[in-house]
Design a protein around this ligand. Structure first.
Ligand code: AHM
Ligand code: MG
Length: 337
């Protein structure tokens, strides 16, 4: 029988390679894994909502039902707090940063930025959703409360980034800056098991992912690039295939494994792009680069953008290296407006 490496084993083995490590990050990741399993359990029950009760109503056990995105937010917040290693969180679900300024957490050396349930509009129709998380070292002094500056660090300062994909299987994928590894949840033992070692995005891909409903308002360079993707050139494998789920985690994950490009540019509805720099784009950019791909806002490397506020938005272009070079050529030549 093949030896199975669980997420916790993997974390311990990684920690052993860094004798200077205190185990803080390992504890944090361990608690993120627990939160992911709890959210996974609830996501799997989402289709039973008509039987068990709508959000805001009582279920048959007399318990109050909660919207899944709020449940995911509270679950991740509780686990991050319980780790004792995290002194604060910026979440898509909360307007302000949340400070863990009691007890052990004051000594926590890390802060977390997260989107606890991304793509949640897909829940109702049984389509994949995800959690995105990223971990930074705090800049404020250990022993006191965290402050906003801790959360406005550039992506280049990331220590760990990852996501959980609640799909046909549930996967946790993360990078601590030395490659990307993926773990698939084995429901029979309730453990994330190493299934994808050292993931690399193929340099050439044949998938482009973009919400073409906004085509008329795309920058000219993007319109021309889409036409290029659709043109027939069998020697180069074109036309490419269009795939768009509308869940960033799922679209990104597919493209990372198969090779492809994901684009969410400026549109009239979202003139600065729709996706959020701190808890959607930076973690994905970190993973893309760790897997050999790239990520930009059409001009700059995402990881080098100086964040101004925790909910700021940015255009996102990410994926296979050669596809990214090609789209940059189009943006440079035809313009990014
Ligand atoms: P959300 O954080 O409100 O769920 O929005 C983010 C989601 C991404 O998962 C997805 O890639 C994108 O929004 C889809 O947007 P659109 O429906 O405009 O194509
Ligand atoms: Mg989101």
């Amino acid at each position: 029988m093949n030896k199975v490496t669980t997420l916790n084993q993997f974390i311990i083995e990684q920690q052993a390679e860094h004798p200077e490590a205190t185990g803080g990050l390992s504890r944090l990741l361990h608690h993120i894994g627990i939160a992911a399993k709890k959210v996974n359990r609830e996501v799997n029950k989402a289709g039973l909502v008509d039987i068990l009760g709508q959000a805001g109503t009582e279920n048959v056990q007399g318990e109050q039902q909660q919207k899944l995105d709020l449940y995911a937010n509270e679950t991740f917040l509780d686990e991050l707090r319980a780790s004792g290693e995290c002194c604060g969180v910026a979440s898509e679900e909360n307007e302000d940063i949340i400070l863990f300024d009691q007890g052990l957490c004051l000594n926590g050396r890390y802060i977390v930025c997260m989107d606890p349930l991304d793509g949640s509009s897909n829940i109702d129709v049984n389509v994949s959703v995800g959690t995105i998380f990223s971990i930074y070292k705090r800049l404020s002094p250990v022993g006191g409360p965290a402050d906003l500056g801790d959360f406005l660090q550039k992506g280049t300062e990331l220590v760990i980034a990852g996501y959980v994909l609640y799909g046909s299987s549930t996967m946790l994928v993360y990078s601590a800056g030395d490659g990307v590894n993926g773990f698939t949840l084995d429901p029979s033992i309730g453990e994330f098991c190493l299934s994808h070692t050292d993931i690399k995005i193929p340099a050439n891909g044949k998938i482009y992912s973009i919400n073409e409903g906004h085509y008329e308002k795309f920058p000219v360079g993007v319109k021309k690039y889409i036409k290029y993707c659709q043109e027939k050139d069998p020697r180069q494998g074109r036309p490419y295939t269009s795939r768009y789920i509308g869940s960033l985690v799922a679209d990104f994950h597919r493209n990372m494994l198969k090779g492809g490009i994901y684009i969410y540019p400026e549109t009239d509805v979202h003139p600065h792009g729709k996706l959020r720099l701190q808890y959607e784009c930076n973690p994905m950019a970190f993973l893309a680069e760790q897997a050999g791909g790239t990520a930009t806002d059409g001009k700059r490397r995402i990881l080098e953008i100086e964040p101004q506020e925790i909910h700021e938005r940015t255009p996102l272009y990410t994926g296979s290296k050669n596809m990214m070079s090609k789209v940059s050529e189009f943006l440079d030549f035809f313009g990014n407006i």
